[in-house]
Structure formats: C-alpha cells, structure tokens
Design a protein around this ligand. Structure first.
Ligand code: AHR
Length: 656
C-alpha cells in the first residue's frame, strides 16, 4: 500500500486546483479565508532537528504482537495458556471427534521444565470415523494460508506405540484441504521433535491446523508451531505489517509497553528473562492488563532484533518493581535492579559475558546498541517510584554511563526533583485540546532533561476508529514538537497496531486481521513527518484572522538526490483558505520542476479508512507547478498539506 499518485487527478484537483495544472470536472472550492505563511530560511535562524525525533512505540496490546506482527500461526502452542494446574483449558485448541472417540487433557509431562504442561490425546475408537479423530488449532481468529506459500511446522510428540499422524492445513470447517502430510511417530517413551514443510495448494484466510489419526492409542503433544517461511528478514515478523512500519522510517522503537510492562499485578508483568532462549522453552505469560496470553515468541531478543532490522534505536521500557496494583518497597528492590542490569548485559555485553553469551547463542554475537531505557511506565506519583527510580538510575549510570534514562515524571511544566536525561510525556485527549497543545512546549524551560512524548493521540468521540479530525489535531501537535525540538527529543503515536478481532484500545495507527491491513489517517499523517528527523527547521509566522485554525512548520531536508523546503500546513477549520507562502533567506532558488504537494483531506472530517476502503484518506500527491519563493495555494477545509519545494542548487542550509 502506498500513497495515491497524482496521475488519477481526482479528489486532489478540485481541492487544490489553484496550483495544480490538471483539469477536472469537479468544482473548485471557494476560499473564504486568507492567510500568509512566511518562512525565514536564513541559515542563522535554522536549527537541526534531533535525528531521533520521530519513531514508534510498539506495545503488546490489541494482539499487536501475538496474533499480530509475530507471524506464529498457532495460538497457545505450548498448552500453557490455561495455567499450570491440570487439567486446564486448552482454548483455542479443540477436538475432532467426540467423547466416545477421543479424550484429551493436559498433564504435566512435557520435556520442557520451564513450561511443563503438555497435551495428552487418547484415541478411544477401534474403528474411527473416516478422516480420523484428533485436535485442531484455529490460530488467532483463523490462519491466513496462501496458495503456493510454504509453512514450517515444528512439534514435539511422544507415543508409546508407533502411530501415523495426518497433519493438515484446512478451512475452518475442515472441509477444504490446503496441505497435508502423514508423519510417523516411532513408539518411544521419549519425546521427539518433528518438522514438516507444507506448501499450500489453495488460499484460505481463516484456516486451521489439524492433527488426526485413525489408530487407537495415546499421543502427547507439546510446542506445536506453524510459521510462514516468508517472514521479514527471516526473523519471524509479518512482512506486510513491517512494511507499514518501514513507511514511517522510525528512528527509534520503544518497547514492549506501556501498561504491558507494568502488569495489573507484578506476577503478570513482562519478564525479559522468561522471553529469551529457544522458543520451546519460554513459559509465556498472561498479560493481565490487556487480558490475553502470549507465548512470548516475540521476546526481548526479538524486539532488539526488530529495532536493528528497522534501523531504529531500541528504547527498553523495563518494569521498575511497580504494577497497577502492587509495588516493591525500595528496601527490597535490589533483585529487580540486578535483573535489569542483566538485561543490559544481555543486549550490550560481549559474546563472552554471562548474558551476552546467551544472546550470542541465540544468533547475535554483536551487541545490540541499547542507548535508552525508560524506568517504568506512567508510575510517577506511586509510593515507591522515586526511591526505586533512584536505585535503577544510580546502578545503570555506574555500569553504563552512556545510557540515557527516561523518568516517568513530567518535567514540561516544572523541574524534576530527581536526575534524568529525558522525561516521559503522554497525552490522550480530544482534538481541540491537542490542536491547542502545539504550543505546550513553547513554555517549557530550556534547561534540564528533554521531553520524550512517547504516547500521543486524539481519542474518544473525536477519534471514532481513526478519523481525519484526529489526524489533523495530531499533525498540528507534531508541528509544535518540531518547533520545540531543541527540548523535545523524541515522539511516538500510541498504540501502533490493532488486530481488528481484539480492539482493547481505540484508536490505533495500523489495523489488521489475519490477511488485511490499513493505516488510519493518524498513520498516514505520520508519514508526512518521516523526513523531519535530522532535518533543519526554520521559523515561520502565520498571519490571518483565521490563524487560530492553522498550524504549520517548515524544514529543509534532502533525499539521495535533491533537497527540498517542506512547508506543512494544517487547516483545522471548516473554511477553505487562500494561503500565500513566502520564503526568505533560502540559499537556493525554488524550482517548480520536482516540487510537489501531498494533501490529506476528505469530505467529512469524521471519515475513516477501513478494510473495504483503505485509501479513503491518504496523502494524495500532485505536482506543484506554481512553486516559487512566493506562491499562492488553496487549503481545503479540514486538511493537512505538505508542500515540497524543490531547491535548485544543492547548496543546502544543512551543509553550511
Ligand atoms: O497506549 C495505551 C496505553 O496508554 C499504554 O499502555 C499506557 O502507557 C497508556 O496509559
């Protein structure tokens, strides 16, 4: 999926006809407001935006990871989700047959000591139904099996007697066979690892994995995994969802939460140590804030790998001994501090170090460059936060002096009472408030730690399930962050992903199911900021009686060949605006050739994208044939426009 190109000359033409050369039948919007936007691009007034300004925050929420970007197709692959007490709930596994032909129950006989639960299947029939009896797993609301693609099955089995198992990928009712193999399990009292490749001979978006037999007897199963062979860089991530992230060119990856890090109770918080090593031996855990089980196939190592694959700086948010409902007293926090130091050694230690060697054994001898950590999430004000924070802060500072530490306490309006390199700032609010918050950091002290706006979004009624209105307010807010990027070092939207079958948090930037995905307007809005990180920012002034509905920014940036002055303007109001853009101080002339405009708008400000209409609101590109140092354009009501003025000489402000 990409932005629609200008050739279609549809919506865009009638909205911005005044500067677009193509002719359309649709009517021209009458501008009822006028405004002037002046850019002063003088080198002495320009400033470099931090390289890290815009990135992503990935949280295991809404099945963003399990049943999301992590490509594992089997849900509850180790039969642990029902808890350690057996017999347990094996959901979403189920049986093929009935209680006269098959009896399945969990027991504690696995060969993996850290996740001891396994499934015992007893086939009772001598004369089993045609097709056999057995078990099936529907994955996360159905498995997307695609014609011609390869899927790798791994499973652990044990059977006292030699038995043939039929393993198949089928439609959800079992009637359509997409791939099948007969696997012989040799009779033994030991567990055996079985591997099988499947090439699908059809497509079905809601398939299941089934394992059947006709032979009376007992078979145990554990750690049943089905992965598509084609994952991003072979590292286990769903390629098409990673492409959506890559479109944002994220400069950092904050992970793995959010509240997911805290847990409702500490016993259910994310534990990095339990999420590393071979996947078969990970115990998995129930995330009690967002209410679902994860096998932790997407663990600490995989997050670090993902950051590397995205070219993004990893930002490890760790639990600081505080959950939503319980806290560790500072007097007893030492083991938690040691645990975090171990996690940093795992990431950064040499391949010979205790924990670095575990990382190396997992396939990454080179350290992962963890330069930022957040000490907890949204815990400022909790009883033991400050005490615990200082214990972590001092220990990490001593062991890793270069690591930047992020406090949970907001330092935007008053100084922090503890040392920090950055402070976390979260905002979820209505569109008008966020639009006005573009000026929030104007008032922040220029000394002290910098801001990390790690979660921002418009929510509730203004947001629908991802409205244009929300994206306009967010775009305006981001122009304010660009302007204040001397003290705002990083920013990310939240949440990033939602599996449409489990929308715990609304809205989200990227919506998907087993086989489809789309970006909300808030996602597409962010793509127009991806060139800002590391670019030069210039002061602008907007003059108009309508200026309270307008927001904007100006940067110079360059791609591999050309340099551009980018002027972004949000029209938050319902009037069209005739806008004069004038630039001074540029070290190059503006060239109409190669200049473009990208516009996001729609006829109704509450419009959304959807699976059936994924591109209703996306940036629409066109040529900007009247581009010049001074030019006039028309801003559509409720629109976000990014004008890229091509600079004729390569003598960039940035190079001076
Ligand atoms: O982004 C969703 C949640 O909002 C995060 O888990 C938490 O940090 C915030 O409250």
């Amino acid at each position: 999926m990409g932005s629609k190109e200008a050739s279609s000359c549809t919506i865009f033409c009638f909205l911005l006809l005044s500067f677009v050369g193509c002719k359309c039948l649709a009517s021209v919007i009458e501008a009822t407001q006028t405004a002037t936007l002046k850019v002063d691009a003088s080198p002495q007034l320009s400033r470099k935006i931090p390289e890290t300004l815009f990135g992503i925050f990935f949280e295991e929420i809404n099945h963003a990871g399990a049943g999301g970007i992590w490509a594992e197709l089997v849900s509850n692959r180790g039969f642990e989700a029902g808890g350690p007490h057996t017999p347990s709930n094996i959901d979403p596994w189920s049986i093929i047959g009935d209680d006269s032909s098959i009896f399945v129950a969990t027991d504690r006989t696995s060969c993996f000591s850290r996740n001891i639960v396994a499934l015992r299947m007893e086939v009772l029939c001598n004369d089993c139904p045609a097709g056999g009896v057995g078990i099936y797993n529907p994955g996360f609301w159905g498995m997307n099996i695609e014609d011609g693609k390869t899927y790798n099955l791994v499973m652990y089995v044990k059977s006292p007697e030699t038995t043939d198992l039929t393993v198949s990928l089928t439609s959800s009712d079992g009637l359509q066979n997409l791939a099948s193999a007969t696997i012989t399990v040799s009779g033994s009292s030991n567990w055996t690892k079985l591997e099988q490749k499947f090439v699908a001979k059809g497509t079905n978006r809601t398939s299941r994995l089934q394992i059947t037999t006709n032979k009376k007897g007992v078979v145990w199963f554990d750690q049943v995994s089905l992965m598509p062979a084609d994952t991003y860089k072979g590292h286990g991530f769903r390629t098409e969802l990673i492409s959506m992230i890559l479109e944002l060119k994220p400069r950092f990856l904050r992970f793995p939460g959010g509240c997911f890090v805290e847990g409702g109770w500490l016993r259910n918080a994310f534990r990095w140590r339990e999420s590393i090593g071979s996947w078969e031996e990970r115990p998995g855990h129930f995330g009690d804030v967002w209410h679902y089980w994860t096998d932790d196939g997407l663990g600490y190592y995989e997050f670090l790998q993902l950051a590397e694959d995205l070219g993004a700086a990893p930002i490890w948010v760790f639990n600081n001994g505080i959950s939503h409902n319980d806290e560790v007293d500072t007097a007893a926090i030492a083991p938690f501090v040691k645990d975090v130091l171990d996690s940093l050694e795992f990431a950064r230690g040499s391949a010979e170090s205790t924990w670095g060697s575990v990382r190396a054994a997992m396939g990454h001898p080179e350290p992962f460059p963890v330069k930022y950590v957040a000490i907890g999430n949204e815990d400022c004000g909790k009883k033991f936060y400050r005490g615990n924070y200082l214990k972590f802060y001092n220990a990490i500072r001593e062991a890793y002096p270069d690591i930047q530490m992020i406090s949970n306490c907001d330092g935007s309006s008053r100084p922090l009472d503890h040392p920090a390199d950055l402070y976390d700032f979260h905002v979820y609010t209505d569109s008008k408030t966020l639009f006005s918050m573009r000026n929030t950091f104007d008032r922040t002290s220029r000394s002290g730690p910098k801001a990390f706006v790690s979660e921002y979004a418009v929510w509730r009624s203004d947001a629908g399930r991802g409205s244009l209105l929300a994206s306009l307010a967010e775009a305006a807010f981001l122009t304010g962050l660009e302007k204040n990027s001397d003290i705002v070092q990083m920013a990310s939207y939240a949440p990033l992903f939602v599996n449409d079958n489990d929308q715990t948090w609304n809205p989200d930037a990227i919506v998907f199911n087993s086989w489809q995905h789309y970006g909300t307007p808030s996602y597409w809005m962010q793509t127009l900021f991806r060139e800002s990180s590391g670019a030069m920012i210039h002061p602008i002034t907007i003059s108009s009686s309508y200026s309270s509905s307008l927001a904007g920014s100006a940067i110079t940036w360059q791609d591999s060949e050309n340099s551009f002055l980018r002027v972004k303007v949000v029209n938050f109001g319902s009037d069209a605006v005739s806008l004069t853009i004038s630039t001074s101080g540029l070290q190059a002339t503006v060239n109409a050739l190669g200049s473009t405009a990208m516009v996001m708008t729609s006829s109704n400000v509450m419009d959304e994208n959807s699976f059936s209409n994924p591109n209703k609101i996306v940036p629409v590109k066109s040529e900007l044939r009247n581009a010049a140092e001074q030019m006039q354009v028309t801003l559509a009501p409720h629109s976000f426009t990014s004008f890229d003025l091509a600079l004729a000489q390569s003598k960039l402000v940035a190079e001076m």
